[in-house]
Write a protein that binds this ligand. Sequence first.
Ligand code: 1YM
Length: 649
Amino acid sequence: MAENEILQSTAVDVKNEYDASEIQVLEGLEAVRKRPGMYIGSTSASGLHHLVYEIVDNAIDEALAGYCTDIQILINPDNTITVVDNGRGIPVDTQSQTGKPALEVVYTVLHAGGKFGGGGYKVSGGLHGVGASVVNALSEWLTVQVHRDGNIYEMRFSRGQITQEMKIVGATDHTGTTVTFKPDHEIFEETVYNYETLHTRMREEAFLNAGLRIQLVDQRPGEEQEDNMCYAGGIREFVTWLNKNKDVLHNDVIYMAGQKDDSMAEIALQYNDGYNETILSFANNVHTPEGGMHEEGFKRAITTVLNNYGHKIKMLKDDEKVSGEDCREGLTCVLSVKLTDAQFEGQTKAKLGNSEIRTLVNTIVSDKLDTFLEENPQVGRMILDKALTANRAREAAKKARESIRRKTALGGAAMPDKLRDCNENNPELTEIYIVEGDSAGGSATQGRDSRFQAILPLWGKMLNVEKARADKVYGNDKLQPVITALGGGIGEEFDSSKLRYHKVIIMADADVDGSHIRTLLLTFFFRFMRPLIEEGYVYSAVPPLYKLSRGKTTRVAFSDEERDCISSEMRGDNPNTKIDISRFKGLGEMNPHELWETTMDPEKRTLRRITLDDAVKADETFTILMGEKVEPRKEFIEKNARYAVNLDY
Ligand code: 1YM
């Protein structure tokens, strides 16, 4: 689309070069300000952080070209961002077509891609090279300094317009580029940067660009923190890091790489003793969460190699086979491909479409993994053994699932005994409250609007799915009522179009036990009904913490701040009035009317939608909270203790 903008604007009847480029600049940057979403995805927090990635991408391109070794990202005390690199510095010489310094052109002209015809791998990632002018257009102000040829060149802008032409502001003994910008509050709904969001992305970049040093520093008062990231081992270390809280089956990460024509691929993998599959794939350093040809090639190859190997060493009998899923149980893999003309497809442009990459990855994995297994038979047997166990468990799970299905189908409305269903049948209009404990369940049942609200109480000790295999989960008596009531099925068969409710609301106490049950349920949804979370059906109810009364008036507060605020409001001008403040100990303690008024009435309640902004982060959190290792869990809880009530993903 950026290409069209430029083509259209250069098609204007041109009298002289200078006018033409002026028109182009104004039209281009104005287009960005008018429809920012088209260039950075959104104007919410995600778009805000995107600005940083765009500038950093230019520095990373310079590193890929072999000229930059260090990148620094600073969140300044005033929440502006500075990015520094030690590359060659953006060229400052006059460009012949425009008669302007290249630096100015980079920051004011919306490029169609590549840098002045650039080349190599950088062309098609995201907006590579295009990013600088987009960030400039969306910044209240932006300053760029270039250290080059012994001089410091500086140029300033506001909302894309030049406020200071390029000039020399000092002398220097090194080279590099420094950019500082303030995101425009007229454009962005959110202008406060989140350290963790930037940290996750920068760590990913550091893993993908072996040896590149990336330093992230938060200088905001009270939030000071920093991380210095440099991974000589690249994606091998990425895999080690992803598996850090898991017990691994073999110590060494398996690494494979290869290239053909202009494309290259590298793959790192390691098995752990868990049951989940984590494949992170990238094309030109851009994350492809929807997968694509590179993942397909990988999956096919690993299944074929393991089956062949299994027959060869006679762990698999003649007609015995392990499935692709069996081969990927407990697998952690990072897959990174580089290619010149990446085609991104799918709903969110997050899927790689180039079919030649499937062949390349398939060939590399077929050759190299086979050799590895030949040379490391002990590891080979262990992986195959794991796949075989997975295969048996999957068979058992299938039987359990079929029995659930049979029961539901035969019994018609074979709903769980404990479910208090609603009258409405249209799932778009209905909601189910999953409530902890019988007494809270009782209050909720009495307090609800039974036309569209269903209640399912859970009681007793819930199964921790992180420590159980699929067959155990399907047959579990605490989870089965949830599966049956939701109606969408489970595992590979999950189908959100069959859901019986479009709002699944977890209502648990605002204390440690409540937090625990919420996490157990979310872990279950995350591992076995992931689309339920991804498609936004899961919510957490937000019950109040305090009840304040003065005479006959009562009000509730959801936080300490709100409590103080309401209490002073209720007191009014009368400092001696006594306000009674009590803490709700649990949902069960509220009477049905209170529960409806504060937590269930759609007109007044607060619901928090559970999102999966970052599946890697969520996976890590669930592993830590629910997995086998105690030490990381202790650490996590100590670090996050103050958020315990608001554990949110
Ligand atoms: C903090 C952001 O933008 N660094 C950066 C950008 C460029 C170069 C070096 C560079 C590229 C080339 C030659 C080239 C860019 N140059 C251009 C353009 N850091 C940051 N560091 N010399 C220097 O690609 O040939 C665009 S970006 F177009 F002017 F060459």
